[in-house]
Design a protein around this ligand. Sequence first.
Ligand code: PNW
Length: 529
Amino acid sequence: MFYKLFIFVFCIFTTSGSSVQYEKQTQNLRTFPDDFFFGTATSSYQIEGAWNEGGKGWSMWDQLVRTDPGHIRDGTNGDVAANSYHFYKKDVELLKELGVSVYRFSIAWPRILPYGRPDYVNPEGVAYYNNLINELLANDITPFVTIYHWELPQNLNEQGGWLTSEIADWFGDYARVLFANFGDRVKHWITINEPHIHCSFGYGTGSHAPRIKSPGIGYYECGRNIILAHAKAWHIYDKEFRATQGGVIGITLDSTMAMPGSNSPDDIQGAADYMTFYLGQYADPLFSATGNYPQRMIDLVAEASRRQGLNESRLKPFTQEEAKNNIGTSDFFGLNHYSSTYVYRNSSVTGIYEAPSLNDDLQVGTFPDPNWYKNPTAWVYRYGQGLRKLLVHIKDTYNNPTIYITENGFSTATGRNDTDRADYYREYLNGVLDAIDDGVNVKGYCAWSLIDNFEWSFGYSVRFGLYEIDQDDPEKIRKPKYSALVYKEIVRTRTVDPSYNPDLATDASVDIKSSFLFVLAVAVLNIIW
Ligand code: PNW
């Protein structure tokens, strides 16, 4: 009788997952400051699904996947994705489980304004985001809301989208609807996600919606209009809402960290120019005292345009009035960062790029360090010191702004034993600790991404989630990966302990259902026995 009880109790213990084999190292681990937050990030098209439910209009991504499905690597789309439109409470449960205090998500413009303009506001769309925001706040999680993460209403795309300057007004009017509806509870706004990637992929190479290939003209026009639209939304918030709502509003820029491939002056200048073209193009108008593009970039594009026989530069500097309106219009520096690169400039790159294009204007080549680890699925090379260098670069170039890291993450294929992603997070968060020691004013970090999601033109073939989702599962059950357990411990201890090695197989949160069934089976056997 007693031995049966013993076996029963033993089984409960071995399946309940409470046995994490881990003892904290005694060495002195650095701690993240008290005012530094941890969070995770997602975006609406990549997780929500419900593409034609609840009164939502079409976005230019809905248009792309319906008219050109073969363009997506695995032929999939965001029609259902993680189904967060219906399962948003599951996402909030994960955030609780991770112990993070911030959730960065985006609002789908056509879910709020199905035709893009504010003459009709969709009540079901407003209700959905109200529910999500209220659920977050009820769980003590601060919403960081991205107003635009690449889901332009198709209607506005057909009227010129980011290639028309009218979009500054369209965007401002949309942002005002969000401030009016959600600003009583949302105190952190991000206007636009990654202008560089959006303009480069959407209007340069054409690999993202709206698939326009114009790398030397459309790309720059898109970027210019994005800056104007951002500034418009900031001024609307500042004038009409800040006094009563008391929040902050900024932009999220992406940047790779570029380093010279050698000590040659050409490589050094090439790496500096790379940072100027990719980051400075967007950061200088908002964070420098000129309110305009970096002079070096203005000169280089003007020179190339002249050589090409054009009457004016393809990069149109902001007018004095516009520049004045740009200055200081980001309350914080939102930063997305994934990877680093080495840069060279010599005669071998002359004339190799399609012209006109940013690449041709910039005239550099890039290569990774062969020692940087990379998962075969994507472009992300792991080099945590790159993030440190980038943070220091921003501090030194833009007068030490408050920085929030709004995305950072690593790609893998499917599978939950993602020790390489966990190593990535450890390495990059150590880079952040180094940057804090360097005096950088970095105040928060969001891991990209909470859950596996629709990775744009790669579909679901490339995964960035801390939690895995089996795309064939209609319930879209979210299961933690090894990296989720590691991130959770970093958040809990506010340190990066290299020796923490959780046991994915016995973690309590992994598969409560199946361990419960096992215990039940043992109990039943016990009774029969
Ligand atoms: C970001 N690059 O895009 C986006 O904000 C997310 O929507 C996306 O899922 C995530 O990063 C992962 O890709 C990027 O080539 C896409 O350097 C490409 C690059 C950087 C960011």
